[in-house]
Design a protein around this ligand. Sequence first.
Ligand code: RIB
Length: 312
Amino acid sequence: MTVNNRILVLGSFVADLAFHVNALPAWGETRMGSSFVIGPGGKGSNQAVAAARAGGDVCFITKLGNDSFGEMARSLYRDEGIDASFIASTSQATGAAAIILDERRGENAIIIVPGACFELTAEEVARAEQAIAASSIFIAQLELPVAVVEHGLRLARKHGVRTILNPAPAMPLPDSIYGLCDYITPNETEAAALTGIEVEDVDAAERAAEALLNRGVANIAITLGANGVLLKNHELTAHLPAIDAGPVLETTGAGDAFNGGLAVALAEGRGLEEAARFACAAAGISVTRAGTAPSMPRREEIEAVLASALDR
Ligand code: RIB
C-alpha cells in the first residue's frame, strides 16, 4: 500500500533575529548582548521544515516580500525540498521576529511583525485547492489572518483532508473554527486563552482538553513543555512524558518541531498516541540545538531517539 505523506502547511515566514543577553533591558535602557544570529523562522515555515526533515512531502503556502529575507525563505525551501509553487509575492517587506534569549534563565521573549505573510488572502489560498485536496494532512497556525486560516481549513474539509490547527500565538478564536479541526495542538498558554482554564498541571490540561472536545474538536494534544503532552479524544485520555534527547539549549521552535512531526506521523497512518510520541521525540531533539528552523531534526535522528527511549 502506498502512503500519502503529502502535507500542506499554511502559515507564516519571518526572519528570526535572535539576541543573546543576560537579562531583558528595561524600557529606556540599552544592554550589551553576547551574540546575534539571523535565521529563518515563522511558525508555519518552521513546521514545514520540521515536517520535510521528518519525512513528509511538504507543500508550503505563504506570502513573501521581494527582499533579502524573502530570498532567505526561497533558498531554504529549495534546500529542504519543500514545494513552494503556491508562495505568493508582494512589494511589502518580509516580516521579522526579535527573539530575546535570556542566557541565565534559558527563557525567551519574542516580538513578531509578520509583514508580507499577513497580506496572504483567501483567494491566494484557494489557488492551491488542488494541492490541498491531494494532501493527507493540512496544518495551519495563527500568524496569518484568522479568516485566511479558516478558509484553508474549510477547503481541506471540503476534500476530506485531515486538519491540524496549532493555535499559536495565543488568541481567542471564533466558535466556527473548532468544528473544522480534526486535531488542535495548543500549549498551556494557548489552551488557557481558548478555554479560560489556567493550565497549571496535567489535571487542568485534561479539563481544558475536555472543553475543546465539547466545542467540536475531534482530537486534542496540549503540549506541556518538559511535562510532555496531554492527549484527549472521545475514546482516549493519555499523558505522555517528554522525551529527553540531551541537555536543553534553546526551546524556541520546540512547538513547531512537535507539530511538524505530528503531521508526518498522522499522514503515515499512525494513531494519536504513537504520532504524539514521534512528535515528542522531534521536539526533544530540537531543544538540544540553537535556532528554530535550523534545529529541526531529520527522520533518522527521530527514529534513533525513539529507539533509545524504548530501551530505557
Ligand atoms: O515558534 C517559534 C517561532 O515563533 C519563531 O521562529 C518566531 O519567528 C515566531 O514566529
